[in-house]
Design a protein around this ligand. Sequence first.
Ligand code: SF4
Length: 353
Amino acid sequence: MKQCLAGLTRAELREWAAANGEAAFRGSQIADWMYRRFQPDPDEMNNLPAGTRRKLTEAFHAPCVQMLQSDCAADGTEKLLVELTDGEAVEMVLIPGGDDEEKQRLTFCLSTQVGCPVGCLFCASGRNGLIRNLKAGEMVGQFLLGCRRAGRRPDNLVFMGIGEGLFNFEELSKALQILSGQEEFAMSPRRITVSTSGFVPGMQKFAALEKEFTLAISLHAADDETRSKIIPDKLRYPIAEIMDAADLYLEKAGRMVTFEYTLLEGINDRQEDAAKLAKLAIAHHAKVNLIPYNSTGGEFRRPAKEVIRHFRDILHNAGAHVTIRQERGAKSSAACGQLRLRSKAMPALTGKG
Ligand code: SF4
């Protein structure tokens, strides 16, 4: 089966060149096209001989992702529907700006799986379960597509798109190696965030990397009973075990975790929820990011503004580090998974990444 060219490190590209009768520097030339010019398509690598380009095309999927559709919001947030070589699709998001002083910042949000095995009840991405894991090259391929689209590298990268990334640990860690490798994209690990629903075996492996990647835990509830109303049993771990894994990450990576907490009216937005969440955050040295729910038309609702503010204040007054996520992409299909679910009715391919 063909590999994705974007899933190779610089050393692996050199090895490929040597094994295929090419001069060693050809591997470095290919690497420079990808890591410096964000170009994974051999047909565009115009300083390579035609024979080398042909060999690459025969050996690899290159590029291995293509843009199917984009949906741009008034604030500049752009959601892309991305097609993979087997016809499946995932989403990625380009998010400009931030706070006023951060106007020039750019963040990419990438997917790690087609569908999701966790199936959080408020999330469109998990509605049909897991279809397949993405390869490392398909994650790096999204990064390359975003860089070409934006004309530059992002300042921050978050794996918060479709999928439970730590359930696809081997491929995700290879992608992280390429994105942060000094010989490849050289992004600071601190600027790369991996989000998990609290998949404990994956969190333990992530901690064991002993790298300064940022970890965000989608907690959504401060007790197991409330959490069971949001996340189905099959991949939901007890909060006590999640906290142990968070402590391990703090010890091994030396970084604070973030608790992501989607506020759902009448489910997890009570004062007692805020008090319990504050206790957990303080005990485990975690920051809390409150996310007012973005409706997908299901049973869940966003709490009123004053409820959200009061929830935040309880945490703040208890001494927890808390923020409310700024809403981005409000006029696009901003709730994760909506674009992919709608895509069956979409027109055919419109662009190439
Ligand atoms: S919120 Fe994340 S973990 Fe939960 S179903 Fe959606 S993609 Fe999966």
